[in-house]
Design a protein around this ligand. Sequence first.
Ligand code: ADP
Ligand code: MG
Length: 248
Amino acid sequence: MTVSEPVIELTRIEKVYHAERPEIAVRAVDGVSFKVEAGESIAVVGPSGCGKSTLMHLIGCLDRPSGGVYKINTKEVSQLSDDERAKTRNRYIGFVFQTFNLLPRLSALENVELPLLYGRGSAAKERALRALQRVGLADRAHHLPSELSGGQQQRVAISRAIVTGPSLLLADEPTGALDTKTSLEVLDILDELNREGTTLIIVTHDLSVARRMRRAIKMRDGRVEADGSPEVVLGPRLQPEPVAEGGE
Ligand code: ADP
Ligand code: MG
């Protein structure tokens, strides 16, 4: 690979929420700057309410920052219209949520087909089926989400996230609703995608998950408190750390 431009670059990114009373502003993300290179694997950690999900929504182009500059592949995306932002998201980014967010009345295959903008033709079906194969679920293609286990639902959600071939995969507490064994299966899939070149950013409150990544970013009160190797940011591993079950 040649010397690459960063996949994403955040410069003093802010997100301010104005709740019911406009004079009370919540600075959910408060001046965050960092770059991510192609192929990195990053854990975002920090206490509940510190702005992790808000930051992931901004990175994932699900939301627009109140301030700062956000670039994806050197292209400035902070001030795009909703429509342009949706296109950017579809082109570059896959997003996995803690609660899977599958549509309950659609089969696994139909859920995975959704991001394929060119309709539901046979090409889309084949592509969706390959994405399901990728996570080992081709034999569940015609099942409804309610007929699948939590781990299987999350794997469907991962294949929906990767069906468009995104260079950046974002996962917000992807194992937060899963038991230990299932969590490990999901993490193995994410690891494998990362080894194949997909840049991975994962929010987790689970240190043993964070330590699987090569970089950790620790947030506090909407800011980056530490950014570096997991050893340095999280401290050395003292005891075997059990994979925590359940979300925040
Ligand atoms: P985390 O994911 O680290 O738990 P969040 O990003 O969800 O944190 O939230 C950061 C802060 O922003 C919290 O104080 C939260 O209450 C606030 N917040 C998040 N989303 C909204 C919203 N849509 N409107 C108002 N405040 C919000
Ligand atoms: Mg969150």
